[in-house]
Design a protein around this ligand. Structure first.
Ligand code: SF4
Length: 466
């Protein structure tokens, strides 16, 4: 759960401002810390705890002058939420400097870290990103070739990673061989090239989307132009389904597929299967809006706003502690009593993770006079944790971990509960099942997980592994 940006724009005097604006557009991907590194005569980094607007000001942005730069917004999946773990991460070595920003999660990071430590490598953070950085630097010092160094490191990394790297003479975009996390590439002005986790970052700075970085691809941007290398081409892809359902912004296009349209279609497909009589459908704002609109259109049930969101609280899912999440739910949604009173309500959400938010909101609707509350969910039950870059609780904290739909319905207090089927999810995204990661739904992950579980992942053991 992070966002990355990389920009090569030698003729642009305001490079840091464009990275800043692109990071603002990716703020939903991480709110704990953020940072920008630029390469001018030297590498200069500014980073801090908090959101992009809190960390940067004119003075800091004006101090970041250069011809290429990378940026990062962070939500921790590996390593504590501390400044020493904020990115970009910069390593100075005997032949130069490398800066790196990472979105994803390296499943075998602990194993690699131990090996690097045994070889004399010191670490200053607890992130898997530093492990990637040292791996690449070591390979570079051995081979003298950056593409070869990245390619050799990819051979050792197990997990998900979309990377932007800044070296002494290049900006480099890298995507893991399964393409689990998104990474797009665009053009800006006469000679600018930009990488970003989501296309929405291009929209805000008027960059033009060119294409997605391919799974397993290394794209090198330098004075010599743009060069693509693809050392690993696997027979399958595994794009994260949760990016489509919840995590990415609805105005982004992932792997050529508009996120908004996927969500709308999921609502329509749900409507086709649903014979519940209702007076209105309402979303849990904002993420469930397209689902509810699709449902309304397909079923002919009026769409109404039943909950008004306080937009200055933030997303509950993204706040680190349980106590903070509960407080945020109370602060963020207020029911519209006149819309809900005496009504049979279909309540749409994109997903249910712990179930605490759903229970609280259903109780809010009943308190506002709703006669019936029928919960509809835009993706199948999340039964297993994610180990590939989305922060999710352990299996025992997932409401669907080991519980039937009926048990969940009772816990959250809905009159009826219906989840999207796996088939409908795959159909709405429009890719083949074998092109998606569905690990948190099926317990079958696209990378070899089992071997690394004892090392650091506090996860379930009942589900089968791929
Ligand atoms: S396990 Fe779930 S959240 Fe994690 S990458 Fe796979 S689909 Fe995405």
């Amino acid at each position: 759960m992070c966002g990355v940006v990389g920009l090569h724009a030698p003729e642009n005097g305001k490079l840091s401002y464009y990275i800043f604006y692109a990071l603002l557009a990716l703020q939903h991907r991480g709110q704990e810390s953020c940072g920008i590194t630029v390469r001018g005569r030297d590498f200069v980094t500014e980073k801090g705890m908090g959101q992009v607007n809190e960390v940067f000001n004119f003075e800091k942005l004006n101090g970041l002058k250069g011809e290429a730069g990378i940026g990062h917004v962070r939500y921790s999946t590996t390593g504590e939420s501390e400044l020493f773990n904020a990115q970009p991460f910069v390593v100075r070595h005997s032949h130069g400097t490398i800066a790196i920003a990472h979105n994803g999660n390296i499943v075998n990071a602990e194993e690699l870290r131990e090996k690097l430590k045994a070889a004399g490598q010191a670490f200053v953070s607890t992130t898997d990103t530093e492990v990637i950085a040292h791996l690449i630097v070591r390979e570079y010092l051995r081979t003298g070739d950056m593409v070869e160094a990245i390619s050799m490191s990819m051979r050792k990394l197990v997990g998900s990673y979309s990377l932007v790297l800044l070296t002494d003479d290049a900006l480099i975009g890298v995507r893991d061989p399964l393409g689990i996390r998104p990474l797009s590439m665009g053009r800006m002005g006469k000679s600018g090239v930009i990488f970003a986790s989501e296309t929405v970052a291009f929209d805000v700075i008027n960059a033009e989307f060119e294409r997605d970085v391919k799974p397993g691809e290394i794209v090198v941007v330098s004075e010599e132009g743009v060069h693509s290398h693809r050392p690993y081409k696997l027979p399958r892809r595994a794009h994260c389904m949760f990016e489509y359902v919840y995590f990415s912004r609805p105005d982004s296009v992932l792997n050529g597929i508009p996120v908004y349209e996927v969500r709308e279609k999921l609502g329509m497909l749900m409507a086709e299967e649903d014979d519940t009589e209702a007076d209105l459908v309402t979303p849990i704002p904002d993420s469930a809006i397209p689902f509810a609109l699709g449902y309304s259109r397909a079923k002919g049930v009026p769409y109404r706003e039943g909950l008004i969101r306080n937009r200055y609280v933030g997303r509950t899912f993204i706040l680190p502690s349980q106590q903070a999440r509960e407080l945020a739910v109370k602060l963020k949604l207020n029911p519209l009593v006149r819309q809900l009173s005496g009504k049979r309500v279909v309540l749409f959400d994109d997903s249910i993770v712990r179930g605490t938010t759903s229970r609280r909101i259903i109780s809010l609707l009943r308190g506002a006079g709703a006669k019936e509350v029928h919960m509809r969910v835009g993706c199948p039950p999340i039964r297993s944790p994610c180990m590939l870059g989305i922060d999710m609780p352990t299996r025992s904290e997932l409401i669907a971990g080991g519980r039937s739909v009926e048990e969940i319905r009772r816990i959250i207090g809905a009159d009826t509960l219906r989840y999207t089927s796996l088939e409908a999810l795959v159909k709405a995204i429009g890719l083949r099942e074998s092109e998606l990661c569905l690990g948190c739904i099926t317990g079958r992950y696209p990378v070899e997980i089992a071997r690394y579980q004892q090392l650091r992942l506090p996860v379930y053991m009942e589900h089968g592994q791929a």
